[in-house]
Write a new protein. Sequence first.
Length: 311
Amino acid sequence: MSRARIRLAIAVLASALAIGTLPAAAHAAPAGHSTTATTAGRYHQQAETIRQIPLQGAVNVRDLGGYRTWTGGQVRQGLVYRSDALGKLTPADITALSGLGLKKVVDFRIPMELQYDGADRLPAGLTATSRPVSDLGLYGTLLGAISSGDPATQEQMLGGGRAEAYMRDIYRTFVTSPENRAQFATTLREIADGKQGPLLYHCTSGKDRTGWMSYVLLRALAVPESTATSDYLASNTFRAAYDAQVRAGLKQSGRMQNPDLLIPLQEVRQDYLDAATAQMDADYGSFYGYLTDGLGLDLRTLAKLQDKLVR
């Protein structure tokens, strides 16, 4: 990246992010659409396509490329992938993953998740980098509720809006926890590194920690907020059938009388994302403040992200 391009990118980022990241026209784009600049300086909406990587042993694997930015660019494909856990991949899945040319896999799961769900199954020569992001004990709470087998206990732990409140608290810690911020920031710096090849990051379901990471990355690339939100919410579509099977299995086995108690934990919701962004605004004043003060990313790193990932 030339110095001239760095200076230009820094100037664009500094001015755009400092005033709230997106122009008003971009904020107005509906979910599933992005807003791109025309030569006349106006904006038009264009439908976006989410690029899923179909696998048998993971249901929420996607290429983050292809989205339009409000600056008129497009996120490059084949460089950054998001997914759910990769411990159940079939041999055919591993072959498909090999075709992506991945150079790094980042695993946001905590040790308990690894213990119960198993390590990633990856192509030869590739080992996941453990970079745990706290789930505030959700995984342990969930295991405890299910293993109790007691409907009253499960209702007391997860019912009455408690599961939703738990999720909002988790999202707030994506912003408030210094340890969590450090894990996200390190991953963003690696993505920005021009010497780093294609990278994939994931958690267990690929929707919360991975969803927040993807939302932050896309917005840092000047993808409209509405588009970044649509990418976040798309986990519900990709996970719906699998999550319904999990609930049906728990009911059939007798471990849960009312497995619908799990739905708030299985889904992503606008309300959860709003909890994180409201915390971000409260702590740092803006998305730009979160990037620079919260994550410690300087403008040169943000410019490198743009140069590498946006064409």
